[in-house]
Design a protein. Structure first.
Length: 131
């Protein structure tokens, strides 16, 4: 597999944008992420329904400042496009949680953190029922 990158897909039945991020990103990864999110945010906004964002960052270490900047920008752009909640799946490492907490606070998002994928699936089911 690739040593860095991301996957993002929309679960239309539940209104959840699922994303997995891993490795140390290059500038090309940063640009591709921003482009992908602009497209998915537009699709989700066009649905006219609130949506949620699940981000698996268990294999995503601290990144350079330009990479962190694009994450903050994407979080801020998500809110007016219908995002209501975001959830982060991560390891027990403290630094990434603090970094992610700061980024999502700057985006003004309701967020939750999990280290257990089963709990995320439960959260997703509850979010779908509430939508």
């Amino acid at each position: 597999g690739e040593d860095r990158g991301f996957r993002a897909h929309i679960d239309r039945s539940d209104g959840i944008l699922n994303a997995t991020l891993w490795g140390f990103w290059s500038d090309d990864d940063r640009v591709a992420w921003k482009d992908t999110l602009a497209k998915t945010h537009g699709e989700l906004k066009a649905s006219g329904k609130p949506w949620h964002w699940s981000r698996n960052v268990t294999d995503y270490p601290s990144q350079s400042e330009p990479i962190q900047d694009v994450h903050r920008e994407c979080m801020e752009e998500a809110n007016p496009n219908g995002l209501t909640k975001t959830v982060f799946v991560m390891s027990s490492r403290v630094l990434p949680k603090r970094r992610t907490d700061r980024s999502s606070n700057e985006g003004g998002l309701d967020k939750q953190f999990f280290s257990d994928e089963a709990k995320v699936l439960e959260w997703q089911r509850e979010a779908a029922v509430a939508a």
